[in-house]
Structure formats: structure tokens, C-alpha cells
Design a protein around this ligand. Structure first.
Ligand SMILES: [Fe+2]
Length: 305
């Protein structure tokens, strides 16, 4: 299949209402239409929503939405998932209405994380109004939300086949990094458009969950102002300080969201040329990005051996 963007993300959280202030105040996300059950939909552009936080008893990822170019690409992708044994579950018209898309199918990756492919998302031209004054705007549109990074107990050949062979993503690279518990890991990153990565998996024995998602502004001042704000407020823990990964021009920092996973907020991300050449960074960070968190995001949990 040919995914062209990470289009939307959904989580469940008992603290979903905290996003009504967290989203606009920290990033400038706009609060969209509320769901009938109170779901908070957050907007980054003219799309109906990009990030949805549904009411739920525990903090958990509900879905990762991968955008396809249209109905033909979607039909082809569903057939491909079936042929490869991923048992896609076609969304009903009510499911599509709930997501504000024209077609969707659900499936799970080899570690059970819930993914969806979809096409035809609802948008309203000229409707995006940031939740606070912004120096730039969000990098989104047809290049999508940003990226999502999972922790899995091991990067298996089946997982590598899933990312490149099933999702059809291109391997961006991987490097050696120290994890929040001090162990050494080799995260692997994948891309689907000119942005450096839309998906990452970090192999950490005995652990599994969503580690972070990333959002990007077109202006570094938005990141600087968010950086100031999280230090003034003691209810938003910084987890990784301001810095830059060596493999990417994005200048970013990470904080813990009300729902337990971390959010990386950055600017200055590069768009890769068609003839991009993979290189191998000698260290994970060019500068900064010190881990200052107590440990893993609460959404990353120890699994039964
Ligand atoms: Fe990231």
C-alpha cells in the first residue's frame, strides 16, 4: 500500500477533559467539535480533527490513522491486508461518520497496536483558528500530523516486514540511543512522505506501549514559547530538554501529556529530497535532548514475560 501521511491519532483517557486547556495553551491546537460522549477533538489545520482524546477508564492508544490518497488506493490496500493475513475489519458507515472519513479499515500490527487506514477526511477550508496566537502554524496538511513512536519488546523480522512490506513505508534509519531506564536501544524509523519519519519502533525487552507523538510548527518561536511555558508551570513535566537529533534538523523538546504519553514539539524539520541517501549518525543527539524524566511514559508498560 502507499500511505502518504499519518493522518490522525486517537487515545482514551480518564483525563480527556484536561486536553481542553493543555492542547490550546501549550501548542495552539484548536478545540474542534466535541463528540457526543465528550470526546475532545483537537485540530492542527482545516481537517475536522487530528488528535482525538476519548473518555475511557485507562490511558491507552485507541487508533493510529494512516491516510491513503483515495478510494482506489484504499480498496487495493484492504485487499493487500487480507492477502497478507492482517484481517482488516471494514468500518461501518457509522464508524466512518465517527472518524469523519469516507472509508476506513482497522487492523493490528504484530504487537497488537491498533492501526487504521482511511481515505476522504472531512475538511472545511479556511476554518482553522489556533487555540492561542502562534508565530507560525502547524506542519500538517497532506504531510500529516507528525510521527508516533512505539516501544516493543523486540524489533522482530515480522515487524520490519509489517512496516516496509505491509504499510509500504521507507526505512529512514535507526541509531543507538539510551532509553529512560538507562538501557541501550536501537530505535528504527520509517517515512511515508518528505518528512523524515512518521513511525518509529524502539525495542526494549519486557516493555510495550506508546512512547511519544510529535507535532511541528513552521516557526521556532512557537517551540521556544512552549518551552518557556512548560518551565513556568509545574503541572507539565519536561521529559527531554530542548535539543536536536543528529539525523534530523528538527529542534524539539518533549513533555508528558495529561494522558501519559510524551509529546515532542519541534520546528525546523527538514523535508527530504527524492534522492535522499541514508546515513548513520555517530550519536543520537547533535546537542541537548537530555532525559530528565523519572522513567518511561506511563503508557509504556512492563508486559508479562
Ligand atoms: Fe520524535
Amino acid at each position: 500500500m502507499q500511505i502518504h501521511a499519518l493522518g490522525y491519532l486517537g487515545f482514551e483517557s480518564p483525563r480527556y477533559e484536561q486536553w481542553l486547556t493543555f492542547g490550546p495553551e501549550v501548542f495552539g491546537l484548536q478545540i474542534g467539535e466535541r463528540g457526543a460522549d465528550g470526546t475532545v477533538h483537537l485540530r492542527m489545520d482545516d481537517r475536522h480533527r487530528r488528535l482525538s482524546i476519548h473518555p475511557g477508564e485507562e490511558e491507552r492508544l485507541a487508533y493510529v490513522g494512516w491516510e491513503l490518497s483515495g478510494k482506489a488506493a484504499f480498496t487495493e490496500a484492504v485487499a493487500e491486508l487480507e492477502a497478507k493475513g492482517y484481517k482488516p475489519d471494514l468500518g461501518s458507515s457509522q464508524d466512518c461518520a465517527n472518524r469523519q472519513v469516507q472509508g476506513l479499515a482497522r487492523f493490528a500490527d504484530p504487537f497488537g497496536f491498533p492501526h487504521e487506514i482511511y481515505y476522504g477526511p472531512t475538511f472545511t477550508a479556511g476554518s482553522f483558528l489556533p487555540g492561542k496566537p502562534m508565530a507560525g502554524t502547524f506542519v500538517a496538511g497532506t504531510d500529516g500530523v507528525g510521527h508516533v513512536v512505539f516501544v516493543v519488546p523486540e524489533i522482530t523480522p515480522e515487524l520490519e516486514e509489517f512496516t516496509t512490506g505491509v504499510l509500504g513505508l521507507e526505512h529512514f534509519g535507526g541509531w543507538t540511543a539510551t532509553t529512560p531506564d538507562g538501557s541501550i536501544s536501537g530505535p528504527q524509523f520509517y517515512r511515508c512522505n518528505p518528512r523524515t519519519h512518521c513511525l518509529g519502533y524502539v525495542g526494549v525487552p519486557g516493555m510495550k506501549g506508546v512512547q511519544h507523538i510529535a507535532l511541528e510548527s513552521t516557526h521556532l518561536d512557537d517551540v521556544g514559547r512552549a518551552w518557556d511555558l512548560v518551565q513556568e508551570r509545574d503541572d507539565i513535566p519536561v521529559t527531554v530538554t530542548l535539543g536536536r537529533h543528529m539525523s534530523d534538523t528538527l529542534i524539539s523538546f518533549y513533555m508528558r501529556s495529561p494522558t501519559g504519553f510524551d509529546i515532542e514539539f519541534g520546528a525546523n524539520g527538514e523535508l527530504l529530497p527524492d534522492d535522499f541517501v541514508q546515513t548513520n549518525p555517530s550519536t543520537s543527539e547533535a546537542w541537548g535532548h537530555k532525559f530528565v524524566a523519572d522513567g518511561w511514559a506511563p503508557t509504556v508498560r512492563r508486559i508479562a514475560p
